[in-house]
Structures are given as C-alpha cells and as structure tokens.
Design a protein around this ligand. Structure first.
Ligand SMILES: [Zn+2]
Length: 248
C-alpha cells in the first residue's frame, strides 16, 4: 500500500471517471489450498507506542470479522505472534514482518506483500493455481500508530488498516479502483478505514473463496435474492436464466 500524495490522487480521480470499477484478482487467479496461519513479528512495530508495538492490534485486525474472515467466505486467514528471525521469501512459511529486510518497500511504499509464490496443476478446466507463500514487509521509514496508542494520531499511519490491505494481496486480491475499498492502492495518514472491508472487497474474497455460510457479516445477496453476477451473492453463486438469476 502506498502513502497518498494529494496531486497523484487528483490525477487518478480524473483518469478513472467513467471507468467501470471493481475488485481485481491477482493474475493468474490463485488461492491458498488450506487456510494460512501467519506468523506476526513478535517484536512489534518500533514506532507504535501501545503495549506491544501494535502486535495484538495487528493480529486482531487481520483476523477480524470486520476484515476478510467476516466476508462470508469463512475463515480465510489465521495469525499468531511469533519469532520471524527465519524470514525467507518463498519458503512456504507466511510471515508478517514489521520491518523490511528485503529493502524493496521504500519511498511511498508503506508495506508490501510478495505475491510471486504459487504453483499450478492440471490443465484446462482442471487448472488450479495455489498460493504457497506470501510474506509481508513494512517500511520503517514511516511513523506508525494503532487504535490503542494513547496519544492519538498525528501524521502517522495505522498499522491495522495497512496490514488488512496487505493480507488482501496475500489472499489473492489485486488493487481495486473503488475509492474507500480496503484494496484501494493508497491511504492517507490517520485513516484506518481499510481495517474494515467494503462491499467491493467482500465481493472479491467471495469470488476467490466462496462463502455465504462463514458466520460473518456478508451484506451481499442472500439465497433467493435476485442478482446478475456471482460477486453480488454471499455464496458467490448467481444462477438461473438471464434476467431471472438468483443467489443460490
Ligand atoms: Zn497494495
């Protein structure tokens, strides 16, 4: 996720006028075969001045029902605090690092997810692409905060919202051009909006992982509601003859 620059935002707004918007899946489309358990850097983020450097808040945010696990697709991510000293890209052990040992997330990059690790099996309709690793790094050049920091927010970036965005990448989502969606590519200082996913984000994760019975708070179509596309249904299944489709 990138830090917002006012100028580039304005230009983006003009460029996107009239363009049909919506979530984007990574290409090739891919998912985890089993729900990943992220090891979240137990050192915490050095600039977050709550009890544990934002560690507990980050774990709570990325596994919250306000985020991906509440989309109706069921539990799509687990997370535990742990030692990330063995941090290695592509080793099959997904980690969320509060620093960036790769040095690749700099300038306006707040945090980044390495999405290049996956395998493909089968051919044609049986072709399946499976994510094997997706480590997350954080730019320490920024001043971070959490919703539990006692002194409020001033020029800082919320660790919760930015990491919920990165986990969206880790689960197979690209950037959405819907302003206000968690998967929008940039965020302003002191805006924790991305911690709560939007209808567009929900449609994206339901497209990838299905859903409707996950016990979450899916606000999309329920069984029997009329629809025109899979992404409008909590189940991810819009079926029936054209002009008379319903969520199944
Ligand atoms: Zn991003």
């Amino acid at each position: 996720m990138n830090r917002t620059k006012t100028v580039s935002l304005l230009v983006l707004g003009l460029m996107l006028a009239g363009v049909v918007s919506g979530y984007v899946l990574l290409n090739p489309r891919r998912t985890w075969a089993d729900t990943p358990t992220y090891i979240v850097d137990d050192r915490g983020q050095a600039t977050v001045t709550d009890n544990d450097g934002g560690l507990s808040n980050t774990i709570a945010a990325i596994t919250s029902n306000n985020a991906w696990n509440g989309a109706g697709a069921g539990t799509v991510i687990n997370a535990v605090a742990g030692d990330i000293s063995g941090f290695t890209l592509g080793d099959g052990v997904p980690m969320l690092n509060f620093e960036d040992p790769t040095g690749q997330c700099d300038s306006t990059c707040l945090a980044a997810t390495f999405t290049g690790f996956y395998t493909t099996t089968g051919r044609g309709r049986n072709r399946t692409t499976t994510i094997t690793d997706a480590d997350i790094v954080t730019n320490t050049a920024y001043d971070w905060t959490s919703t539990s920091e006692p002194d409020g927010c001033s020029g800082e970036f919320f660790i919760e919202g930015v990491q919920v965005h990165e986990v969206g990448h880790a689960l197979g989502l690209g950037h959405s051009n819907v302003n206000g969606a968690t998967m929008y590519p940039s965020v302003s200082a002191c805006n924790n909006g991305p911690a709560v996913i939007s209808a567009d984000d929900i449609a994206g994760i339901v497209d990838l992982y299905g859903g409707g019975d996950g016990g979450g708070t899916c606000n999309l179509g329920q069984s029997g509601d009329s629809c025109t596309a899979n992404g409008q249904c909590c189940s991810g299944k819009c079926r029936g003859p054209n002009g008379n489709k319903t969520c199944r």
